[in-house]
Design a protein around this ligand. Structure first.
Ligand code: FES
Length: 211
């Protein structure tokens, strides 16, 4: 018996329907589970096991392998700072320090209010736009320590329902790796990727489109 609302179950059914075998839906369903509580709970993993027909241990094996599945609260806004080589050479250690200091939270911690989580991350695939930062996996390139501080202040003050890479880049970014030609349509509403199936509250039909 599912603990999820009928709307969330509808979304889960649509996700499962996209795969020849329902066990293949484990990863998107884990993000759907995260969207319910803001992080991945035991109950969420058991729910995913029921939807996919695999054991809770198998679900946990996936959830514990990938760093984007968070098993503890990470705040409404998860700020990830790349500290891999390209970013490090262009000053990401200072960016990370500025984020930690402004948020009042070290790597892996959440601020006192439970609003902003900070972490350092391995390469975010944006080396040409180093140093790179993400908020709820929405990318910002060319971030300076000053801009990092402003980002945290803005999140605290504006508390946007949705964060969107284009807006973040405009407000807090610098030089990008290339001209981003495609506009981002869907922003992130929590610390999980901004796929429509996970972020939106609108029902999703069997073919994956929202109605
Ligand atoms: S090294 Fe930072 S994005 Fe690749």
């Amino acid at each position: 018996m599912s603990e999820w609302s009928e709307a969330v179950q509808e979304r889960a059914r649509a996700i499962v329907a996209q795969y020849p075998q329902r066990r293949s839906a484990v990863m998107p369903l884990l993000f759907l589970a995260m969207a319910q509580d803001g992080y991945l709970t035991e109950a969420g993993m058991i729910e995913v096991a029921e939807w996919t027909g695999i054991t809770p241990a198998q679900v946990a094996a996936v959830a514990t392998f990938y760093t984007m599945y968070k098993r503890e609260p990470v705040g409404k806004y998860l700020v990830s700072c790349c500290t891999s080589i390209s970013c490090m050479l262009l000053g990401s250690d200072q960016v990370m320090h500025a984020l930690e200091e402004e948020a009042g939270a070290l790597h892996g911690q959440v601020d006192a209010e439970g609003l902003i989580g900070v972490e350092h991350a391995e390469c975010l695939g944006a080396c040409g736009g180093a140093p790179a930062v993400q908020v709820n996996y929405e990318l910002i390139e060319g971030v300076t320590p000053d801009k990092a501080r402003q980002l945290v202040q803005w999140l605290r003050k504006a508390r946007p329902e949705t964060v969107n890479t284009d807006e973040l880049q405009q407000l807090f970014g610098g030089t990008t790796s290339f001209e981003w030609a495609i506009k981002e349509e869907v922003g992130a509403v929590g610390p999980y990727p901004a796929f429509e199936s996970f972020g939106s509250t609108a029902p999703v039909s069997a073919d994956g489109t929202e109605s």
